[in-house]
Design a protein. Structure first.
Lengths: 617, 174
């Protein structure tokens, strides 16, 4: 069977399943004209449709009898078993909500029914093919964009709901402007100026702006018209009619994310078009944020097509008292690419010291369960299954310490020995299958014992604290248990106090301070810890310029406002490596600073992060 | 659901509790049965579980916090009852009893079709059943099943392809 036939058989199965799903009808008809096999396939499916209709109609034919039997059974129910359900039933029918729901259902049924007849109320349908053509004649437009984040179940005990809003202005001639709003009003204005070939960002809150010249493409990045065209090109389901802000619209839905920037899993996108003008009124996408339980919904609405924008609308207005921030042309992208490429190279680790010290298991290296590392849900389910049956660290700690003492004579080990060996054992843990290995936890727990000893000896050494945090996160995820939360919080809190003191005495803040602060913000980010969380974020904001994490300033300001209002934070401030590393889904459910195995750790958290420079070497 | 049914049910509700509930049965039984049939792929099991569901609904009506949400509530009970039965059958390590169709022709063709439907995975079988019970309205099926219309459509498409495979392989034996 040719690829064309395979594709067409999908279309045939779809068309038999839903007659309204006819967007490929012409293509199908052309194919059937010359392909006898597919004609037979269509005929067979149509015949089966008749059988199915008859089969289910027969199954349904007895419904009145069965319903009667149920009613008789209800009559036989002892009166004593019944409570005052009459009032509840009256509630059902008296409820205005119920009446409204019934009315809405009737309206929906009418609207959907009309759509299924293939027409609109006046007897015609939206000419979807013409929508793209109409958009081609648009010179400028404005719209509102909203992103609604909901934390889902990732963080037990509270749920975040946060809304971001942008007002967007696009002009084929002048460029674009995005005004971003948060809880405290206008956060920033982002201009892309085509004539000047410049990007300009203005931050009213902190009275700064930055400007950079760079070659710009003629087509706008993230141009919603491009996204609309993508939706129109996909196989879709027609959603029928409804009204949005009093406008009669007709909708389609496609699978996959076509709207918005943040990557989503299991996403669907919808497009609603004005029945009269046949121009988009609303586009939306929703799904789970990739690699987490957070649920995200994008909505673009309030479109004004051919809005008559002038150059003045797309010229930055920068008050005289605003100061200019640095915006180097080198944003680290090249170093980022090099680091990602390096991560793809095999990275051999020498475990022979562990063998010499008798720290390797007697049995062969345990292998992780055979599974394809594809798909977040499959990986997380496997992790949860494996890690939930591990013994607890606290139950094994003393026995492991005794064992290590026998083999290493711990008192004779220097702090450097303990740290070096701990890091090597942690790497062996990952090598043995890590959080997908039923037995590899032993290496991770031994690493933790050694690093706890080192930390006890040198509590003020921030690097040892980092390695201990990293090790605890390696053998725990936040999905499986939360016993270790207070431990991590205490470790990070001690480091934070130390960092504040050091910076106050003249030390330059560094990226690692940012990473620790982000961890602590997350760890404090429940309602009880709101004040502490705000304090940490304030410090991060105050030192963003000197520390080099100004790229996160807007986000930090949002988070501060959120925490100050007693609302939780259901996501990490940054996620290292994004989705560039093939096994990335394994590393969810941990704090922002988490690096994972050495191979993964070389990928920087951000183009400006120093690990990128290390990878270059 | 229509106005007339609602009106009758409302009147019944004034007369007596059981009569009021009978009106709810009148309105919702068919859909409950369809969900049970979609999950269990056996008319007699579906009949039994649909009846149990409606009785359980009567017993637990007072726990329904939002009366206007009766339909999703009763459908959830139906699904849970079906899952319970499937677990019981699994524990008993007995295959579903092959019962001859009590409805319609009982022809060889129908028998093959029933076997093929039974071999579909549940996530495909349920939307397929609902499709024929709900007059082929994909948007409504999606609403009932709590999934997006495009996902409902996709499942229907795959269900039709797999069903065809099963029927043409002639290997519909369980």
């Amino acid at each position: 069977m040719s690829d064309d036939c395979k594709k067409m058989r999908d279309v045939i199965a779809g068309s038999v399943a839903d007659a309204t799903h006819d967007r490929n009808e012409e293509q199908l008809r052309a194919h059937l004209d010359f392909c006898a096999a597919c004609r037979d396939y269509l005929r067979a499916l149509q015949q089966e449709d008749k059988w199915l209709t008859g089969y289910f109609a027969a199954a349904d034919a007895d419904t009145p009898r069965r319903r009667q039997q149920v009613c008789q059974a209800i009559e036989r129910v002892e009166t004593s078993q019944q409570t005052d359900k009459l009032s509840i039933w009256r509630g059902i029918m008296r409820s205005r909500l119920s009446q409204a729901a019934i009315a809405a259902a009737i309206l929906l049924a009418v609207a959907v029914g009309v759509s299924h007849l293939g027409g609109r109320l006046d007897g015609t349908g939206v000419a979807w093919a013409g929508v793209a053509e109409r958009l081609g004649r648009i010179q400028d437009y404005t719209y509102r964009q909203r992103q609604i984040d909901s934390s889902g179940v990732e963080t037990p005990g509270f749920e975040l709901k946060q809304e971001w809003e942008m007002r967007c202005y696009y002009s084929c001639q002048f460029g674009s402007r995005w005004d971003q709003y948060g809880d405290m009003g206008l956060i920033g204005q982002y201009y892309t100026l085509l004539e000047e070939q410049q990007l300009v960002h203005v931050y009213p809150g902190r009275k700064t702006f930055k400007r950079r010249s760079q070659p710009l493409p003629q087509t706008m990045p993230r141009d919603p018209i491009g996204e609309i065209r993508q939706i129109l090109a996909e196989p879709c389901v027609k959603l029928g009619r409804t009204t949005i802000d009093g406008v009669l619209v007709e909708g389609i839905e496609v699978q996959g994310q076509k709207v918005g920037i943040v990557r989503l899993d299991d996403a669907v996108s919808r497009l609603w078009v004005n029945v009269e003008t046949e121009l988009p009124v609303q586009m939306e996408a929703e799904g789970k944020r990739q690699g987490s339980d957070a649920y995200v919904r994008f909505v673009r609405d309030q479109f004004q097509w051919n809005a008559g924008l002038t150059q003045a609308d797309l010229t930055p207005v920068i008050p005289a008292d605003f100061t200019q921030e640095d915006w180097p042309a080198d944003n680290g992208a090249a170093r980022w690419d090099a680091a990602v490429a390096a991560a793809e190279e095999p990275m051999a680790v020498d475990f022979s010291p562990l063998e010499e010290l008798g720290l390797l298991n007697d049995d062969p290296t345990p292998q992780p369960p055979a599974m394809a590392l594809t798909g977040m849900k499959a990986i997380q389910a496997a992790q949860d299954e494996v890690m939930s049956v591990w013994p607890k660290y606290t139950d094994l700690r003393n026995a492991l310490r005794q064992e290590l003492d026998q083999k290493l004579n711990l008192e004779s080990c220097s702090v450097d020995d303990l740290v070096g060996l701990g890091i090597l054992l942690r790497e062996k843990y990952w090598d043995a299958g890590g959080d997908l290995s039923p037995t590899g936890y032993r290496y991770g727990y031994m690493a933790r014992v050694l690093l706890e000893l080192a930390h006890a000896q040198e509590p003020n050494d921030l690097t040892i604290g980092d390695e201990l945090v990293e090790t605890i996160m390696s053998v725990e995820t936040m999905r499986v248990g939360e016993d270790f939360w207070p431990v991590l919080r205490e470790l990070r809190a001690v480091q934070f106090r130390r960092t504040c003191a050091e910076v106050e005495h003249g030390r330059q803040p560094a990226w690692v301070d940012f990473a620790r602060g982000c961890d602590l913000t997350y760890l404090w980010s429940n309602r009880r810890g709101a004040a502490e969380g705000v304090h940490v974020v304030d410090w991060l904001i105050e030192h963003a310029q000197t520390g080099g994490w100004t790229a996160y300033l807007d986000l930090l300001e949002q988070i501060r406002s959120q925490l100050a209002q007693g609302r939780g934070l259901g996501y990490n401030i940054y996620t290292p490596a994004g989705s560039t590393y093939p096994e990335e889904f394994r590393y969810g459910g941990r704090l922002p600073s988490f690096r994972g195995p050495a191979k993964r750790a070389v990928i920087p958290a951000h183009p400006l992060e120093p690990r990128a420079a290390q990878a270059e070497k | 659901m229509n106005d007339r049914t609602g009106e009758n049910a409302f009147r019944a509700g004034r007369r007596s509790d059981r009569a009021a509930y009978a009106a709810l049965v009148e309105r919702h039984y068919r859909r409950v049965f369809a969900v049970c049939l979609g999950m269990l792929a056996n008319v007699q099991d579906a009949e039994d579980i649909a009846q149990e569901t409606m009785l359980k609904g009567l017993q637990n009506l007072r726990t329904l916090a939002r009366p206007e949400r009766f339909e999703p509530w009763i459908l959830r009970i139906a699904r849970n009852q079906c899952l319970d039965l499937m677990r019981r059958q699994k524990r008993a390590k007995t295959l579903p009893v092959e019962r001859k169709p009590t409805h319609a022709a009982g022809t060889h063709q129908n028998h093959d079709l029933e076997r093929a439907i039974r071999r579909l995975p549940q996530e495909l079988r349920l939307p397929l059943t609902m499709f024929y019970f709900e007059r082929k309205d994909v948007v409504r099926i999606a609403r009932i099943l709590g999934i997006s219309p495009s996902l409902a459509y996709e499942r229907l498409r795959v269900a039709r392809k797999e069903l065809h495979e099963l029927l043409t392989q002639g290997d519909c034996h369980e």
